[in-house]
Design a protein around this ligand. Sequence first.
Ligand SMILES: [Fe+2]
Ligand SMILES: [Fe+2]
Length: 194
Amino acid sequence: MTETDSQRDVVDLLSADHRDFDRVFTQLEGLVGQSGPDALRRKRELVDEVTIGLVKHSVAEETRVYPKVLERVDREEAEHSKHEHAEAEETMKRLERMDPDDPRFDGEVQTLIREIRHHVEHEESRMFTELRATFDRDELVRMAEEVERVKALAPTRAHPMTPNEGAVRTVLGPVASLLDHLRDAVSGRGKKTD
Ligand SMILES: [Fe+2]
Ligand SMILES: [Fe+2]
């Protein structure tokens, strides 16, 4: 069998995302405690990059994977995972409102890393095993395609209204607006008018 991206199943795809997040986390950990201008700029870039990746990944899971887990595997498992996403979203929202030279910034970065590592560990040790035990290969490959489609609905860069200024960031949180944008796009509600 030829290995192409389109044949990756959903577990391979989501696991690859998890490895990408962890690579960014490792870079961020190396910057903890550093306060030079380059380090601060890099922290901001890395946090924004991983935030976009995490939001896309989470919305894709919540709309294309967890409902199937809920239906055919374990309702409690799906709900627990969604709750962990919501917690991490709150941390990302605090981070986006904070300048990297804020004394709380590194602590919030470490909170995000801890929350996501815990969540990933949980998904990979339990949910992914259950997915492969419950769904056949075709279903898992189709789920991967759907996850890719949801991820493609999001902008690949930080929200266009994301200057590196705390004051502007608070007006319209990029995390919240990206979540809104994606959830609307996925649900077919289209452009929000409010
Ligand atoms: Fe995940
Ligand atoms: Fe997740």
